[in-house]
Design a protein around this ligand. Structure first.
Ligand SMILES: Nc1ncnc2c1ncn2[C@@H]1O[C@H](COP(=O)(O)OP(=O)(O)OP(=O)(O)O)[C@@H](O)[C@H]1O
Ligand SMILES: [Mg+2]
Length: 222
């Protein structure tokens, strides 16, 4: 489903070059639940941004869902991002000036789903995540745990095959963190592939594999 071959990412600032990913080889099969761990600055988010098609590698081969991403146009990449991938972030990244409901509708809007259908689907998703009572609230006026459930509903809007979660429990207390983990575990059991960055070894018990990065390289893959 995902194949990375000798992926490198180097940032250039003026004359200086900063190699961040130094040759990542990784295969992820459909249905896996991957925990990506490693010290701060080791390149986890950089790698997630590449796998999530938010950024391109400096060198290497990246195959996603049978497509060679280095050969893919920016438009096609945007489509893949919108329809095949769902994103969950540590800081939720919801839009504060529109309602919870509209936030969940946004990805469907961008994919051209008709108004009635996208509203119905957004409500259904919010109901399934137990947050339907906050539908008309602004994300500014709900709790952190509620925000992350809205963000998960948004990530699921276009029924993606792969979920990319960068420290999804990083800003949550224990109870909400457990709840988000049980939601992710259920989504994985339902057949979605999940790649999750975390600093917390205690939440990786339902993961099928832990990958450890260190200084831009994979140290452990088991
Ligand atoms: N746009 C950029 N330009 C230059 N350097 C960058 C850029 N983005 C990230 N870096 C550098 O790349 C390195 C890896 O960053 P990255 O965000 O991938 O780390 P991380 O493993 O996700 O860390 P954390 O656990 O703190 O989130 C860091 O040293 C960072 O300063
Ligand atoms: Mg990071």
């Amino acid at each position: 489903m995902i194949e990375l071959k000798d992926i490198q990412k180097t940032y250039r600032i003026g004359e200086a070059e900063y190699p961040v990913l130094k040759g990542i080889d990784l295969v992820i099969e459909s249905g896996e639940f991957i925990a990506l761990m490693g010290p701060s600055g080791s390149g986890k988010s950089t790698l997630m941004n590449i796998v999530g098609c938010l950024d391109r590698p400096t060198a290497g081969r990246f195959i996603l869902l049978d497509q060679d991403i280095s050969q893919t146009s920016d438009d096609e990449l945007a489509r893949v991002r919108r329809e095949e991938l769902g994103f969950i972030f540590q800081t939720f990244n919801l839009i504060g000036r529109i309602s919870v409901l509209k936030n969940v509708e946004v990805p469907m809007m961008l994919s051209g789903v008709a108004r009635v259908e996208r509203k119905a689907r957004a409500i259904k998703l919010l109901e399934s995540l137990d947050i339907a009572h906050r539908i008309n609230f602004s994300p500014v006026n709900i709790s952190g745990g509620e925000r992350q459930r809205v963000a998960i509903a948004r990530a699921l809007a276009n029924d993606p095959k792969i979920i990319i979660a960068d420290e999804p429990t990083g800003n949550l207390d224990l109870k909400n963190s457990d709840e988000v983990m049980s939601i992710l575990t259920k989504l994985n059991k339902d057949g979605r592939t999940i790649i999750m960055v975390t600093h917390n070894p205690e939440i990786t018990e339902n993961c099928s594999r832990v990958i450890r990065l260190r200084d831009g390289r994979i140290m452990e893959n088991a």
